[in-house]
Design a binder for this molecule. Structure first.
Ligand code: IVH
Length: 670
């Protein structure tokens, strides 16, 4: 046995070493086949001796069992953001302030590319990767350890001699341009949606519940700061980066230390020239005061440090031809112009559509079909048409607003003073009908698995579904004939629909698509009124009494319920057995005060978030992991390790029936 343990340890170390050579140093020492052989050997041994699997085993990089949700984890220290400067004047102001406050003539600055990915915090306990958390709102983020273990430039165990008991490293997760191209090609062949840019792709890949998917996405991690645990003898940021380098992290080789603004301008220029050739996206450079004692003296603001700044590149622009202006009809009938462009590359992304905002903007910019136009794209935002290149060569007609809905041809109108034209045909307009149905089944509303946009459109086009209530009347025989609907998918879809007949009241209200009522307002209304009946009879006064509900929102709610079509829809839903699950909590109750619950598995009655909120509304705490202190575990179908842990600790387990009793005030189920 000892021999095998030793063999396993050797293999782990050897594979981790080669992984480091390849993914951090870009300097492989053995070929792929050799590497795969070592890996397979380790896998065989681990399978035969599961007790001997090491915490830093490279086999965890291929991904493990899917999670059933993300835990929210508070950061030990907030993950702040950076203030921006955009030109030399801005920078000079910043630099002057630093020199003045520090009362010195020469300040060393660390200069780094500003990587365009997502911030991540990774925590090591005694040298072993323990936890990885996204930035989230800066105070708390989502735990994504399972996914981060698949990122090969993140060490699973730190190298070197001097390893702090606790070390928090921060850095950027990104997808390289080649990895992004390859991913989108695979998405195309699989008929899946394409990612707009490497940043979105990296974000989507990091937020997978199934780490096997993340493992195939080829993410990269560059470390850029030490959050906690820097050894005392480190006195500068750049020495901190050199230290992280010895521990096995990937540090950007372009990082520099310099003094004086001339060197900083030069770095900025140089980086701008290299930018197109870099294998990853950057959106500027970051300038940090190098000395830690000076960083401490300068201190922090609520949002950002006062010792660092991001110098962003201007948004990228390109010139192309405006081929047409089309109009899209949204869920509420708003008709918005979209520019159809001759495809053009803007900062590495091909753009063929861009927003024109609204008709007033088109006229203000005097954009005409056929114009050469400047198109701008900044980071994540939707590309926009900046304006025409003047003088124009040809005599082009001033753009005229369309007068009728491009989908149902009914006349358009707009309220005086508003920029938006609307199609007033409501649900009779197929575009609005489709959008309303997509909204109804979407993730934050009824959340019907497997009923995506394409299928909704198909159902409407085939005449199977006209309104949301029709979804609950769909039958096997109707669906079996449809394209891409085999017996199994039909069964899955119908049971997914059946499973969502009792949403929370908040979801039900949100799903109705009342104008001005978003997810948060819907939840507030649910908490306040407790039933659809009460909400539908509410007066203007009682509505505006609710926090966050102003007159505009209140009037929109009144108008919605005054419309007989909407009343009929609700009645029809009820008739099909679709109604909100029982909602207590008009006022916050506290009969579960002092108790802690953990939720796991798939719940038929609602998502884990819904159950969490219901428990919290009764005063309980909801935690992500089971311990001796847990009051009870709420377990749905296919509960995994949390269930076995609860059982081994003697923590009571509640099924959904017991949960319902508990929420109704029956504490005997505990
Ligand atoms: S340092 C206190 N260094 O930029 C300093 N951030 O707007 C905090 N970023 O969310 C950040 N490259 O994800 C730092 N070399 C770099 C960076 C960098 C990209 C991101 C980071 C943060 C955002 C701040």
């Amino acid at each position: 046995m000892e021999e095998i343990a030793l063999k396993i340890k050797q293999l782990v170390d050897e594979i981790n070493h080669h992984n480091y050579q390849y993914h951090v140093l870009d300097n492989p020492q053995i070929g792929d086949t050799q590497f795969d052989e070592l890996f397979a050997q380790l896998q065989r041994l681990e399978q035969a001796y599961p007790a001997l699997v090491q915490p830093d085993s490279p086999t965890s990089r291929v991904g493990g069992a899917p999670l059933d949700g993300f835990n929210t984890v508070a950061h030990r220290n907030p993950m702040v953001s950076l203030n921006n400067v955009f030109d030399r004047d801005d920078w000079d102001d910043f630099s002057d302030r630093i020199h003045r406050e520090l009362e010195v003539d020469a300040v060393e600055f660390a200069l780094e590319p500003k990587l365009d990915g997502l911030a991540l915090s990774v925590v090591y306990e005694n040298g072993v990767l323990a936890r990885a958390v996204t930035r989230g709102d800066g105070t708390a983020g989502e735990e994504v350890t399972h996914n981060v273990k698949t990122i090969r430039s993140v060490p699973l165990r730190l190298k070197g001699g001097e390893i702090p008991a606790l070390l928090e490293v921060r850095g950027e997760v990104l997808m390289t341009k080649p990895a992004f191209e390859a991913l989108n090609q695979r998405q195309t062949s699989a008929g899946e949606k394409l990612y707009a840019n490497p940043r979105n792709a990296a974000a989507g890949s990091l937020r997978q519940l199934d780490s096997k998917i993340t493992a195939q996405r080829n993410l990269t991690f560059y470390a850029y700061s030490i959050g906690e645990g820097a050894p005392e003898n480190l006195t500068t940021h750049s020495a901190g980066m050199a230290f992280l380098d010895t521990l096995g992290f990937k540090i950007n080789p372009l990082n520099r230390v310099c003094t004086g603004s001339e060197q900083i301008y030069a770095f900025y220029q140089d980086l701008a020239i290299r930018r197109p050739e870099l294998s990853y996206d950057i959106d500027g450079m970051v300038i940090k005061v190098d000395r830690f004692d000076w960083q401490r003296r300068l201190g922090m603001n609520a949002r950002a440090p006062r010792w660092a700044v991001a110098w962003k590149y201007p948004a990228e622009e390109a010139v192309t031809t405006l081929q047409a202006i089309d109009f899209q009809v949204g869920r509420t009938g708003a008709v918005t112009p979209v520019a159809r462009l001759e495809p053009v590359s803007v900062g590495g992304v091909t753009v063929s559509n861009a927003t024109l905002h609204n008709i007033d903007e088109i006229h203000r910019k005097d954009v005409r079909v056929g114009d050469r136009v400047r198109v701008r794209r900044a980071g994540d935002v939707i590309p926009e048409v900046v304006g025409p290149v003047l003088p124009r060569q040809d005599d082009l007609a001033v753009f005229q607003m369309i007068e009728s809905c491009p989908v149902c041809q009914s006349p358009l109108s707009r309220i005086i003073g508003q920029a938006v034209f609307r199609c007033g045909n409501g649900f009779r307009c197929p575009a609005q009908q489709k959008e309303a149905l997509k909204h109804f089944v979407s993730r934050k509303a009824f959340d019907i698995d497997g009923l995506g946009d394409k299928l909704v459109e198909q159902f409407v086009d085939e005449g199977l579904v006209n309104n949301p209530a029709d979804i609950f009347a769909l039958e096997h025989t109707q669906l079996l004939g449809l394209e891409r609907m085999a017996r199994k998918s039909v069964e899955n879809l119908l049971s997914a629909i059946e499973a969502k007949k009792r949403p929370t009241l908040g979801r039900f209200i949100f799903a109705l698509g009342i104008r001005e009522v978003g997810e948060a307002t819907a939840q507030t209304l649910a908490d306040r009124f407790g039933s659809i009946e009460a909400l539908s009879q509410a007066s203007l006064e009682s509505l505006t009494d609710v926090d966050d509900v102003g007159e505009v929102v209140a009037k929109s709610i009144l108008a919605f319920f005054a419309n007989p079509n909407n009343q009929a829809l609700i009645a029809e839903l009820f008739a099909r057995g679709v109604r909100p699950s029982v909602q207590q909590v008009a006022e916050k109750e506290d009969f579960l005060q002092g108790m802690t619950f953990v939720i796991t598995g798939t719940l038929a009655g609602g998502s884990r978030d819904d159950v969490k909120r219901q428990l919290q509304n009764c005063g309980a705490k909801v935690s992500g992991s089971v311990s001796k202190k847990t009051t009870a575990l709420v377990a749905g179908a296919e509960a995994g390790s949390k269930l076995s842990k609860a059982e081994s600790l003697g923590v009571p387990v509640l099924d959904e029936a017991a949960l319902e009793k508990l929420l109704a005030g029956d504490l005997s189920v505990l």
